[in-house]
Design a protein around this ligand. Structure first.
Ligand code: TPP
Length: 279
């Protein structure tokens, strides 16, 4: 799907789903989920060679995606449901006992290949998948998403070094570069310094864009794909706003992992028109 307006409409409905799911469970992570709604929509509805019909856990002959910052599961669950991986009505079971949709993703969910939420592991898993694709002469792409706070994990840099050394040019990593994390700004907690320069020094192709602009995301991913097969792993640093789309959740880390009250939910939903129909 290339139509920007259609993709924006999906992202708006995904944001409604996120608010409604987290309100219903009174637990979860709205900030990062809302900030990544545009990216996740573009990834599933525009970028990836993947579909619910052809999904397999081993990911052979299809693009693969690993959500490394697993706490933003609500946005992934909503996008998967809206893309047809499972019934949208299941979204109402977030974090309920016996639900497949737990607070962090597990591979009980159709569309999910690994459990995640323990930060820092997804890039290593993606490296393994990218190596396997090369061994199988499978030309499809491996995608990941990471939080910027997550990049403080040492394992990320081990994987970053590995990906460049092994020329994993079928790997497109992305970062939710919102400058916020659980306890404050990334700069205050543990600054990442000059992040683009660091990835360039590690041997990666670096792309920077506005991760809350659907048209920029489409162009940025087309550019990223043009680097596939050129000898270097690729990373897209996506400037986003935590809480994007709900005014009182934006510009602060305070909504990293907090459920809205009934009144806050009403205020949030008033800013997010129903576009595809609520579950
Ligand atoms: C290994 C590990 N350490 C700590 C945590 C606790 N934790 C959950 S989210 C988070 C902050 C992550 O920040 P960021 O990746 O920037 O995500 P955002 O706040 O932008 O959603 C932390 C420290 C964790 N899930 N895993």
């Amino acid at each position: 799907m290339n139509d920007v307006k259609q993709l924006q409409d999906i992202a708006t409905q995904v944001r409604r789903d996120i608010i409604r799911m987290i309100f219903a469970s009174q637990s979860g992570h709205p900030g990062g989920s809302l900030g990544c709604a545009d990216f996740m929509t573009v990834l599933y509805f525009n970028v990836m060679n993947a579909s619910p019909q052809t999904f397999t856990t081993d990911g052979k002959n299809q693009d693969m995606f690993f959500l490394s910052n697993g706490h933003i599961a609500p946005v992934w669950y909503s996008v998967l449901a809206r893309a047809g991986y499972f019934d949208v009505n299941e979204l109402g079971t977030l974090r309920k006992l016996h639900s497949k949709l737990q607070g962090h993703p597990t591979n009980y969910v159709r569309g999910v290949r690994i459990a995640s939420g323990s930060l820092g592991q997804g890039l290593s898993v993606a490296c393994g998948a990218a190596v396997a694709k090369k061994m199988n002469s499978d030309t499809n792409i491996v995608f990941t998403l990471h939080g910027d706070g997550e990049l403080q994990e040492g394992q990320i840099w081990e994987a970053a070094m590995f990906a460049a050394a092994k020329k994993l040019d079928n790997l497109i990593a992305t970062v939710d570069y919102n400058g916020q994390q659980i306890d404050g700004t990334v700069d205050n907690v543990l600054s990442l310094g000059d992040l683009p320069a660091k990835f360039i020094a590690f041997g990666w192709e670096v792309i920077q864009l506005n991760g809350n602009d659907i048209a920029e995301l489409i162009d940025g991913f087309a550019k990223a794909k043009s680097f596939v097969g050129k000898g270097k792993p690729i990373i897209i640093l996506m400037k986003t706003e935590m809480g994007q789309g709900v005014d009182f959740m934006m510009g602060t880390h305070k909504w990293h992992g907090k459920a809205p009250s009934e009144e806050q939910t009403r205020q949030a939903l008033a800013q997010l028109p129903e576009t595809l129909g609520d579950y």
